[in-house]
Ligand binder design. Structure first.
Ligand SMILES: [Zn+2]
Length: 408
């Protein structure tokens, strides 16, 4: 079993406010064996354990993207590209995108919608050591209504019988999570509008019971308030987007529902607002001042006690697989403190995914998922853009950009 000590000028443990100047992490095989002040970790380790020193760097838990679509290409029309794409090469595209996420410090991803089980196969290939990549959780084909949001991913379901059939198919194909499209969305212009619910509360409740009885948690795609309310009534585990878009569309600005935000907070349901480079595109098209009410949606949720987590919707237009940090910077721009944003990207994201005892923190016994960056991300989140080194379940990975810098 390979052992190595990673020492850095600054350790950030994951939870906000937990940091150590001059710390080190001992990695034994795939696991973190010890964490603490550099001298103590070195003294406790077996004599001769190699030490990699990064005095100007911060060492933190590997980043977590709780919402990606590895089968989308992040181009101008990801849906058309997937439908017209070459099925033979899709698995390689998907593996390349997962590798890009790893190059940018992301060691865990939850894929919330692909088709034909491609992402579950990638997960297994990475777990078997055939490829280096992040830990992957797959939701398979999202449950949607006939002709509804993302119907083309193969999860169309009519009524409770249809819902049960899609969930069972996903579980049989190895899904880790179940994704339900509780409202319409912007990717599917012929389907229901983002403010419109797709399922009744009874149907959503049925879907959650069916998934939970198979041991799977449920992520609900929700935009409008009616969908949020139904998803909460149904007892879903995470709310995706949660944008509070009004019935009139984006022009009217988000609907203000502090009562519903308080309910989300009271239930403890995690919310992923899906922030990414797609917000750069939005800001360019509507202007920075009109972004403010939309950014306030997440800020107010945070202020009222909602457990927000980071996730990018990588694969949709403007949400690149090489651009995780941009989403975090947008949380900063919205007004969230940087150490909270870092928690949303590490320990809290791991808890949301049910992986709190596996990853997301620097703690003995957890998997060795680490990222090293030059500088202090609490002072400047953009230092996360280009990690110096990534460690994924104990395997060190030198991102190509860091290798280039090393060559001078
Ligand atoms: Zn999505």
């Amino acid at each position: 079993m390979t052992s190595r000590i990673y020492a850095a000028g600054l350790l950030l443990y994951g939870p906000a406010g937990r940091a150590l100047v001059g710390g080190a992490v001992l990695v034994d095989g795939t696991t973190i064996a010890d964490v603490g002040p550099r001298a103590e970790v070195v003294a406790r380790a077996a004599p001769g354990t190699p030490v990699a020193d990064f005095p100007g760097a911060a060492l933190l838990p590997g980043l977590i993207d709780t919402h990606v679509h590895l089968s989308f290409d992040a181009g101008p029309d990801p849906v058309a590209a997937l439908l017209a794409g070459d099925d033979r090469t899709l698995p390689f595209s998907v593996a390349g995108r997962a590798r890009l996420l790893l190059d940018h410090g992301v060691t865990t991803v939850r894929d919330l919608g692909d088709r034909d089980g491609v992402v579950a196969a990638l997960r297994d290939a990475i777990d078997q050591g055939l490829l280096i990549g992040p830990r992957v959780l797959s939701a398979g084909s999202p449950v949607t209504i006939p002709g509804g949001h993302c119907w083309f991913l193969g999860g169309e379901a009519k009524g409770t019988d249809g819902i049960r059939a899609v969930i069972r198919r996903n579980v049989a194909a190895g899904a880790d999570w179940i994704k339900v499209m509780a409202t319409g969305g912007t990717l599917t212009p012929d389907g229901p509008a983002p403010a419109e619910p797709q399922f009744t509360t009874a149907e959503l409740t049925f879907a959650v019971q069916e998934a939970h009885s198979a041991g799977k948690r449920v992520a609900a795609h929700v935009h409008g308030a009616a969908g949020v309310e139904a998803a909460l009534d149904a007892g879903v585990d995470t709310l995706e987007h949660c944008s509070f878009i009004a019935a009139g569309g984006t022009g009217a600005g988000p609907e203000e529902r502090p009562d519903l935000v308080d309910r989300i907070a009271a239930t403890g349901t995690y919310v992923c607002p899906t922030y990414s480079g797609s917000l750069d595109l939005a800001a360019r098209s509507i202007g920075p001042e009109r972004m403010r009410p939309w950014l306030d949606v997440a800020l107010h949720q945070h202020e009222r006690g909602v457990r927000l987590v980071a996730g990018t919707d990588a694969g949709i237009r403007g949400a690149g697989f090489d651009d995780y940090a941009t989403g975090l910077e947008w949380f900063g721009r919205a007004g969230l403190p940087a150490d909270v944003v870092l928690e949303m990207a590490t320990s809290r994201a791991a808890e949301a995914l049910g992986l709190g005892d596996r990853t997301g923190r620097l703690a003995a016994g957890l998997d060795a998922d680490l990222v090293l960056v030059d500088g202090d991300p609490r002072a400047d989140l953009s230092v996360l853009r280009s990690p110096a080194l990534v460690v994924t379940r104990g395997r060190p990975h030198l991102p190509p950009a860091a290798a280039e810098r090393g060559l001078g």
